[in-house]
Design a protein around this ligand. Structure first.
Ligand code: FAD
Ligand code: UDP
Length: 386
C-alpha cells in the first residue's frame, strides 16, 4: 500500500499542472517525482554565477491565444510584458523573422511594392503562408520571393536543427514560422504573451505549493516503480502493487527499456557565455540562418527584463541527434509516419499498464507551453471524472 492516490513522474508543466489539479480539485495526495535536482522541467530558470537569470534548457517565451491557460498561470505569476522579436543574420544584415512585409522591403528594395501587391492579391492581407506553400507558386516573381526565403531563412537552419531539409520534415514544423503578410515584427501573434515576472522557477514553486503535493527530486521513477504490461497488477511501487493513478511525462521508450528500439529525438547542446558588457546583440534572439554551426543566439536580459543589470549572458544552441548517451537530453520528437508508428507500440504498453501519458516527450508531440498546460487541465479533469 502506498500513501498516495496518484504518482506524477516529471515536474515540468505537464506534471506540475496535473499534480496541482488532482490535489486541489480531486482532494488527492499526489507524489511528484523528478530525476533532476530542480522543478520546472525544460522551463527551469536560475541566476547564473554572474547573477543573470538564464534558461538552462534554452529560451522559453510564453504566448497563447487560450484564455483559460493565461488565466490559470496568472494565478501563480505576474507577467513581464515582453514583445519577442527575432532577426536572422544574413551576411552583414539582420532581417526580421518571420519573413514579413518589412523584410520584403529590406531585401527587395525598389521592387518590394510590386511584390507586396502581388503577395496580397494572391494570399490576402495579413495571411500567414507556409514557405512550402509559397514555393508552389508558379508566378516567377512569387517564386523569386519563395526562393530567397527558402535559401536564406529555412534551408540551412532546418538542416542544422533537424539534420534534414524542410521538405523532409513534418510540414507543420516549418509552418510554425510562416511568411507573414503584415508589418508586425513580433515572432508570435498570440493575444497573450510575456514572461513570468520573477521567472519560471518561482511560478513552479507556487504551482507545486499545495498540502496535497509531495515533491521528491533527484529521483528517477524507474528506481521506485516497475511497469509490467503483461501482468494483471502492472504497476508496482517499491515492490508492492500500486492501484492509484500514474501519470508519466518523460520519454516513453526509455520507460520500457527501449524494447522495440529507440524513438528518435533531436537534442541540443547549450553553450553559455558571459560578457562584461551591457549588450551583446540587437535582439533577444538572433537566428543564424545561413552561417555557423549553431542555430541561434539568445541574450537573456532582453527576455527577462533584467536590462539594468551589468554584464550579459548569452547561449548558443547546437543541435544533434539524441543517442541516449549519459547526460544527453531528448528535446524534440521527430514526427513522421515511421516514428509515429513506433510510438504507437510504446503507447500500447502504457495503455496495458493503465499509465497516463502526458507531455512533449510522453506523447511524442511538438507541444508549446500553452498547449501542454491546456492538455494537462483536460487530462486532470478526465482522471478526476473516472
Ligand atoms: P519537460 O519540461 O521536459 O518535463 C519533463 C520532466 O520529466 C523533466 O523534468 C524530466 O526530468 C522528468 N522525467 C522524465 N523522465 C523521468 C523519469 N524516468 N523519472 C523522473 N523524472 C523524469 N514552448 C513555448 O511555449 N515557448 C517557447 O519559447 C519554447 N521554447 C522552447 C525551447 C526549447 C529549446 C525547447 C526544447 C522547447 C521549448 N518550448 C517552448 C516547449 C516547452 O519546453 C514545452 O512545451 C514544455 O517544457 C513541456 O513540458 P513537459 O512537462 O511536457 O516536459
Ligand atoms: N525555422 C527556420 N529558420 C528560422 C526559424 C525557424 O528554418 O529562422 C524552421 C526550423 O525548421 C525550425 C522550425 O522552423 O525547427 C520551427 O521554428 P520555431 O522557432 O517554431 O522552433 P522552436 O525553437 O520553437 O522549436
Amino acid at each position: 500500500m502506498s500513501d498516495y492516490d496518484s504518482i506524477v513522474i516529471g515536474a515540468g508543466f505537464a506534471g506540475a499542472v496535473v499534480a496541482r489539479e488532482l490535489a486541489e480539485h480531486g482532494g488527492e495526495q499526489v507524489l511528484v517525482l523528478d530525476s533532476r535536482d530542480h522543478i520546472g522541467g525544460n522551463c527551469y530558470d536560475v541566476a547564473d554565477e554572474h547573477g543573470i537569470l538564464i534558461h538552462k534548457y534554452g529560451p522559453h517565451i510564453f504566448h497563447t491565444n487560450i484564455k483559460r491557460v493565461y488565466d490559470y498561470l496568472s494565478r501563480f505569476t505576474e507577467w513581464f510584458d515582453y514583445r519577442h522579436e527575432v532577426v536572422a543574420k544574413v551576411g552583414e544584415s539582420e532581417i526580421p523573422v518571420p519573413f514579413n512585409l518589412n523584410t520584403l522591403k529590406m531585401v527587395f528594395g525598389d521592387e518590394a511594392d510590386e511584390l507586396q501587391n502581388l503577395l496580397i492579391e494572391r494570399f490576402g492581407e495579413g495571411a500567414r503562408v507556409p514557405i512550402l506553400e509559397l514555393k508552389k507558386a508558379d508566378d516567377p516573381r512569387l517564386k523569386k520571393i519563395a526562393d530567397y526565403v527558402y535559401q536564406n531563412i529555412f534551408l540551412k537552419y532546418t538542416m542544422k536543427q533537424w539534420g534534414k531539409s524542410p521538405e523532409e520534415i513534418d510540414p507543420s514544423v516549418s509552418g510554425r514560422v510562416p511568411v507573414v503578410l503584415s508589418t508586425d515584427n513580433r515572432y508570435f501573434m498570440d493575444t497573450y504573451q510575456g514572461m513570468p515576472r520573477e521567472g519560471y522557477t518561482p511560478l513552479f514553486e507556487k504551482l507545486l505549493d499545495h498540502p496535497g503535493i509531495r515533491l521528491k527530486l533527484s529521483t528517477d521513477a524507474t528506481d521506485l516503480l516497475e511497469f509490467d504490461p503483461e501482468s494483471d497488477t502492472p504497476i508496482r511501487w517499491k515492490g508492492e502493487v500500486f492501484e492509484g493513478k500514474v501519470i508519466f511525462t518523460g520519454a516513453i521508450d526509455e520507460l520500457f527499456g527501449c524494447r522495440y528500439g529507440r524513438l528518435p529525438y533531436r537534442s541540443l547542446r547549450f553553450d553559455f557565455e558571459h560578457f562584461d558588457k551591457d549588450v551583446f546583440q540587437s535582439h533577444g534572439v538572433v537566428n543564424y540562418t545561413v552561417s555557423e554551426d549553431f542555430t541561434r543566439i539568445t541574450e537573456f536580459k532582453y527576455l527577462t527584463g533584467e536590462t539594468d543589470k551589468a554584464g550579459t549572458t548569452i547561449v548558443r544552441e547546437y543541435p544533434f541527434a539524441y543517442t541516449g548517451a549519459e547526460g544527453e537530453i531528448p528535446y524534440y520528437a521527430i514526427n513522421n509516419p515511421e516514428n509515429d508508428a513506433l510510438y504507437a507500440k510504446y503507447k500500447k504498453l502504457a495503455d496495458d499498464c493503465s499509465l497516463t501519458l502526458l507531455g512533449r516527450l510522453a506523447e511524442y508531440k511538438y507541444y508549446n507551453i500553452d498547449a501542454i498546460v491546456d492538455r494537462a487541465l483536460d487530462v486532470a479533469k478526465e482522471l478526476m471524472d473516472e
